[in-house]
Each structure stands twice: as structure tokens, then as C-alpha cells.
Design a protein around this ligand. Structure first.
Ligand code: ADP
Length: 403
């Protein structure tokens, strides 16, 4: 495989780069032939479940994907992302539930009748066909008149910045270029929905980051609805309008990157998106305005009632987990004999440019990660084994039921 060749940006063709890559037919006028728009369609998923014997791969999924939205399914391996995508594509039949594309019930419609494009993890190009033949394949399957095919293939290749590459064989392309061809093949019949299953996971980091931006730009320009599977939170945060976080076959929360980070609905989401500390506590008092909890042995913290999750209604004696981001924890030189401080000892520190990372062990053994802005002078830092006080705004805490 030739991985040395430059890759033209998706849809933002770069004639100079393509010139170096050779065999260019149409490098001077790429964007004029880019398809104007695809009418993205909404998808409704209702009470969807898939069981394999006694394994519930996916359960109780309700999700509306908006027309033209980029929605990612994000979760660890085995959380049910691929199973859900395969049901959308029609390669798996649901055990329960209903799928609607635009206004049609597609729950039991064959994959090739769904009008949905699909890009898989591996390139999945036909190795014995040229790039053009690969891209033409869905059109031939759909019995598109032969005379229309070359134009539509060239238009799809131009969308992904590969016009002029039609005569190459897949093994004459780099990994990134092969995945661009797969995207062109998935979009050539202008489907209202494009499904992508970890399409960038076989690429190196640099190419992956570049393709993330390019795929997102292409999706925005075309207006196609995308459902995108990934286990990489950074990828999901970079590309998506909204993200559905999955665990154990269920959607834990759907929201924008901001919502998931700032208002995680479950401890799983809190822990999975970004870094989170969990401080165990017990509920000591409850009144109309506040909930008072005890942490780190004997320090009391009053949380405003409105800050405690709706419907949680903690009672005296309940165990609660207080979650806080490392950047919301403040670390200070220990003040001796102040009973209301949470005290700890620095166990480890790392200097990471703009930040200092500290690992602090509290009196009750709880370990906290603290991200602190690096000060102007070195003596603002704290040393290993140094006693420190930990403070934070009560409103920076996310309150969950304790495990
Ligand atoms: P993900 O894509 O998030 O890694 P999957 O959808 O592949 O998760 O799998 C979800 C669960 O369903 C896993 O426990 C997996 O082992 C199980 N599973 C998936 N496909 C099958 C199958 N064909 N037969 C049996 N179990 C399966």
C-alpha cells in the first residue's frame, strides 16, 4: 500500500496536492460539481431491543435523531453500539420495538431497500475493482441507468476530494484515501441517512483527527443525517451535534458535549466523559433549603436543595457520592487547626505545561485528582507529602446516590 501519497482534503480539493498524486482529470474545477445538498431525514427509535439468547445486547432504546443531525453513539466495548447501528442498517432484526425513517416504518425492511448509506470500520472496498467501480456499485445495484453512472461517480469522488482517482485500485491508495472512497460509495446514491461504524479506527492519529474534521464539514455541507459509532470520547465530542452515551445495552444520556460534561445524568456518564472525582459522603440533615452531608471523616458541606438532582430526595443516613471535576477542586496550603477544612496529603504531582496535576489523599483515604493552573512562580506549587487543604464551590458538585 502506498501511504506516502498526499491526500486531498474531503470536498476542499487541493489541486496542488492532487497534481503531485498524479492522474488528475478535473483538479481545476472540483467544487462546482459537488452535490449541493442531501435532504437529511429524521429517525425515530422506539423501545428497541435485541436479544441473543439470554444476552440483552440492546434494551429499551428510545431516541429521536433529527434531520441533518450528526449523532454519535458513544460507549465502551460491548455497550451495544454496533448492534443498534446494525438494526438501523437492517442487518439485524430487532427483538422488539420500531424504527421509523422520515415517515416510513423500516423495522423489517431489507437493508438495500432502506436508502441508508453505510461506512464500516475496515475499508471494505472491493479489492479487485477500481475506485470508480467501487463507487458505482450501489448505483448498479439500484439499477440506475448506465448513462448516469459516470457523472454521479465523479460527483461523489469530488465530494471527498478524490476526483481523478477513479482508475486507481484500492491498494494504490493510503488508508485515509480508502476511507474517503468508502464515504463516496456510501453517499453516491444520495441517501438521507449515513451510518458510520468506527470508520476512522484503522487510521493513525494524525489522519484520524484530520478526517474527523473533514467528515464533519462534509456532513454539514450536505445536510445528511449521520449516526456515528465510536468508543473514543474525543472523537464524539469533536464531531457530534449530540451524543448518546451507551452502557450495558442502554442509553444513559443523550445531549450535547456541554450538557454531558456539565450535567451528567448518571455516575457512568460523569466518569466516562472527561475525568471525574467521586467523594463518598453521608447525608446528615435535610431541610427545605439544603442538604447537609459529611465528607472525609467529619467535614460538613451544605448543598443547596435546588442543586440536588430532581427526584433524588435524599434522607438522613443515605450514602451520596459527590462528583467533582479535577479543575473545579482548589488546593491550598494547609491551615493548621481549621476544623471545617478538608485536609489531605499530596501523593503525586505532575507538571503538564499550563497545568499542575496533583493526586491528593484525604484523611478518610479518598483519592482526589486536582488540576491546578500553573502559577507564575514555581513556589506556588505543592510538593509530594505536603499537607494541603481542599476546597470547592458546593455548586461544582454533582450529587449521585452512593453505591
Ligand atoms: P459495541 O458495539 O458497543 O462494542 P456490540 O453491539 O457489539 O457492542 O455488543 C453488545 C453485546 O451484545 C455484547 O455483550 C456482545 O457480546 C453481544 N453480541 C453482539 N453480537 C452478538 C451476536 N451475534 N451473538 C451473541 N452476542 C452478541
Amino acid at each position: 500500500m502506498n501511504t506516502k501519497q498526499p491526500t486531498a482534503a474531503l470536498a476542499v480539493s487541493n489541486p496542488a496536492e492532487q497534481g503531485r498524486a498524479g492522474s488528475v482529470k478535473d483538479a481545476s474545477q472540483p467544487s462546482s460539481r459537488v452535490a449541493a445538498a442531501i435532504d437529511g431525514a429524521p429517525i425515530r427509535i422506539e423501545n428497541l431491543a435485541k436479544r441473543y439468547g439470554s444476552t440483552a445486547a440492546v434494551s429499551g432504546i428510545d431516541l429521536d435523531v433529527r434531520a441533518g443531525e450528526f449523532l454519535s453513539l458513544l460507549g465502551p466495548s460491548g455497550s451495544g453500539k454496533t448492534t443498534l447501528l446494525m438494526m438501523l442498517a437492517g442487518f439485524e432484526l430487532p427483538s422488539e420495538g420500531r424504527l421509523t425513517l422520515d415517515t416510513s416504518d423500516i423495522t423489517r425492511i431489507a437493508p438495500n431497500k432502506r436508502n441508508i448509506g453505510m461506512v464500516f470500520q475496515r475499508y471494505a472496498l472491493f479489492p479487485h475493482m477500481t475506485v470508480s467501480q467501487n463507487v458505482a456499485y450501489p448505483l448498479r445495484m439500484r439499477k440506475v441507468p448506465k448513462a448516469e453512472i459516470p457523472d454521479r461517480v465523479e460527483r461523489a469522488l469530488s465530494m471527498v476530494g478524490l476526483n481523478g482517482f477513479g482508475d486507481r485500485m484500492p491498494n494504490q491508495l493510503s488508508g485515509g484515501q480508502q476511507q474517503r472512497v468508502a464515504v463516496a460509495r456510501a453517499l453516491v446514491f444520495e441517501p438521507p441517512v449515513l451510518l458510520m461504524d468506527e470508520p476512522l479506527s484503522a487510521l493513525d492519529k494524525k489522519m484520524r483527527e484530520r478526517m474527523q474534521i473533514e467528515i464533519k464539514q462534509l456532513q454539514q455541507r450536505l445536510g445528511v443525517t449521520v449516526v456515528y459509532v465510536t468508543h473514543d470520547q474525543e472523537e464524539a465530542l469533536t464531531m457530534s451535534d449530540r451524543i448518546a452515551v451507551m452502557d450495558n445495552g442502554r442509553i444513559q444520556q443523550v445531549g450535547t458535549a456541554f450538557e454531558l460534561y456539565e450535567r451528567p445524568a448518571t455516575p457512568f456518564v460523569a466518569d466516562f466523559i472527561g475525568k471525574m472525582n467521586f467523594i463518598p459522603s453521608s447525608c446528615m440533615a435535610v431541610d427545605d433549603e439544603s442538604v447537609t452531608v459529611r465528607v472525609a471523616g467529619d467535614v460538613l458541606i451544605r448543598l443547596p436543595q435546588h442543586h440536588v438532582r430532581d427526584g433524588m430526595s435524599p434522607l438522613v443516613g443515605d450514602r451520596l457520592d459527590l462528583a467533582i471535576r479535577p479543575e473545579r477542586v482548589r488546593i491550598e496550603r494547609a491551615r493548621q487547626g481549621v476544623a471545617s477544612s478538608i485536609t489531605g496529603v499530596v501523593e503525586a504531582r505532575a507538571y503538564v505545561g499550563a497545568f499542575q496535576w496533583y493526586v491528593v489523599r484525604l484523611a478518610d483515604g479518598t483519592v482526589l485528582h486536582v488540576q491546578s493552573q500553573s502559577g507564575a512562580s514555581a513556589e506556588q506549587g505543592f510538593d509530594e507529602r505536603q499537607a494541603v487543604d481542599i476546597t470547592f464551590e458546593p455548586t461544582a458538585l454533582h450529587v449521585f446516590r452512593g453505591g
